[in-house]
Design a protein around this ligand. Structure first.
Ligand SMILES: [Fe+2]
Length: 304
């Protein structure tokens, strides 16, 4: 019998397409002169750790795969295509190819239903994967040599209230953790979320002109710092307590549930998170944050 799986780490992994655009990978068509290095270098440090851990799967929850009826899991063994950002098509036209961990998708589906959630498997072989999923996965592993599992953002619980939406994410996190344990996976999680999300609506002539890149306003910055400080100190209860107000005050993208899902799956760890970098993209607050659950010791065991 396979050893019980475990979650090695979780990342807050924001997905502005600008980060891919600034990096100029061969998979993305538009070319840039750079930009947003603070965040890109932050991701580079994470890439090294992910490589060293050799996880079986990267599991990502994206706010830009919106589903109305239930929480959906990618369930096609191999997906490929061209992803074009609907807001920034001049920055992001990305050719993706990904191997999906369908066994884990099945297990997540079963466990989500056991939690009383509405869940579905996404089995359309021509499905176009959203840019949030792709940017976070590219920034964590641009080689795409680790299987992935994408999870949608189910919007309908928020028609009732933020609290109901977040409560569903806690259950989805528990379901994900059980599925990982049962399938024996060594998994890394990613919450594909920006923090504060008020932003400018005019681009500079040169999109990557970093002299124009500032936070939208000081109140938003202070909120981001308050949230990041609680993460750094491992004060998870306090963090959860202020998240609803944070979402309200800054239109924070974490409202879509990825962060709450990930923290729940990790058992609401009190370990201090590592902030690898924080900066703005069109005025929004973005932080690359890591919760390392390995104690800094995890390496893949041969044959395990
Ligand atoms: Fe977004």
């Amino acid at each position: 019998m396979a050893a019980a799986g475990k979650i090695l780490a979780g990342f807050l992994a924001p997905h502005p397409p600008h980060l891919v655009y600034g990096e100029n990978p061969a998979r993305n068509e538009p070319r840039s002169t750079g930009g947003w290095e603070i965040l890109r270098w932050a991701y580079e440090r994470c890439r090294e750790k992910v490589k060293a851990w050799k996880p079986d799967v990267l599991v990502v929850h994206s706010p830009h795969w919106m589903t109305i009826v239930g929480h959906h899991f990618l369930r096609v063994p191999r997906l490929q295509g061209l992803s074009v950002d609907p807001i920034f098509p001049h920055l992001f036209r990305y050719r993706y190819e990904m191997e999906v961990d369908v066994e884990l998708a099945d297990a997540c589906y079963e466990e989500a239903r056991r939690e009383g959630l509405v869940a579905k498997k996404m089995t359309n072989p021509n499905f176009r994967v959203d840019y949030g999923t792709i940017v976070s996965l590219h920034m964590l592993n641009p080689d795409w040599d680790i299987p992935v599992l994408g999870i949608s953002a189910n919007n309908s619980p928020y028609f009732y209230s933020t609290a109901i939406g977040q409560e569903q994410m806690i259950r989805l996190g528990r379901a994900t953790a059980r599925a990982i344990a049962k399938t024996g996976r060594r998994a890394v999680l990613a919450a594909s979320n920006t923090l504060s999300h008020l932003h400018f609506d005019r681009e500079p002539e040169l999109v990557e002109d970093m002299s124009k890149e500032v936070i939208y306003n000081h109140a938003q910055y202070q909120w981001d710092m308050r949230v990041l400080d609680l993460m750094r100190k491992g004060q998870i209860e306090e963090l959860l307590a202020i998240l609803p107000e944070f979402m309200e005050q800054t239109a924070a993208e974490v409202k879509s549930g990825g962060l709450t899902w990930m923290l729940s799956a990790m058992g609401f760890p009190r370990v201090p998170a590592q902030i690898h970098g924080y900066w703005t993209v069109i005025g929004t607050g973005n932080a690359v944050v890591e919760w390392d659950l390995t104690g800094g010791t995890a390496v893949a065991t041969p044959g395990a």
